[in-house]
Write a protein that binds this ligand. Structure first.
Ligand code: HEM
Ligand code: HEM
Length: 135
């Protein structure tokens, strides 16, 4: 599966869970878990959808194993982070290591993404220089 397709599908699934969680918080008048809801939506919906757009714009990266790995690691990290932060904010202090592991996993995934973006942008700059050499 292309990385963009995986990103888009995972993003809509995450936002459905995130919105349901938001509605549950609103209905119950208990906003204790809001940082977990916020990060589930921002990492799981916004960031994943942005990754998907980037990959869709760059078909050769979209087909790559590195991009697929990056998205899967992000999906896993987001789920782990949301569960850990949710537990911590609803009274299970001992879940802090779960939140910490989740944050390190999404950070590792972002390092892969940064590498893919920087490599691509440097390659584009080199190509542009080759097409129109400086006089
Ligand atoms: C059905 C949809 C949603 C509902 C009912 C909902 C509900 C809520 C509630 C009740 C809070 C707690 C507010 C507080 O106590 O300060 C909250 C916080 C937050 N939500 Fe949502 N939410 C929804 C969708 C989303 C989406 C799609 C995003 C991101 C794209 C999002 C991002 C956030 C953020 C960033 C916060 C923290 C805001 C702050 O720092 O005060 N939410 N949401
Ligand atoms: C490794 C990843 C991340 C970690 C460990 C992290 C950690 C945190 C922490 C500790 C807070 C303060 C929470 C509080 O005081 O209750 C926070 C707040 C916030 N973060 Fe992050 N963050 C991460 C990634 C992101 C990303 C990628 C975004 C946006 C795309 C984001 C958006 C926000 C927002 C909007 C708030 C304020 C709302 C809230 O308190 O939940 N964070 N983050």
């Amino acid at each position: 599966m292309k990385a963009s397709s995986l990103s888009f599908q995972a993003a809509v699934l995450f936002v459905l869970v995130g919105m349901a969680w938001g509605i549950q918080m609103a209905v119950s008048h208990n906003h204790a878990a809001f940082p977990a809801h916020a990060h589930l939506n921002l990492l799981g919906w916004v960031s994943l959808f942005l990754f998907g757009i980037f990959y869709h714009l760059h078909p050769s990266i979209d087909q790559s194993r590195a991009a697929r790995v990056q998205v899967w690691v992000w999906i896993a990290g987001t789920a782990i982070l949301a569960v850990g932060v949710g537990l911590v904010h609803t009274g299970t202090e001992s879940a802090e290591p779960i939140a910490a592991i989740g944050s390190l996993v999404v950070f590792a995934s972002m390092l892969i993404f940064a590498w893919l973006v920087l490599r691509r942008e440097r390659y584009s700059a080199l190509q542009a220089a080759a097409v129109s050499p400086a006089r």
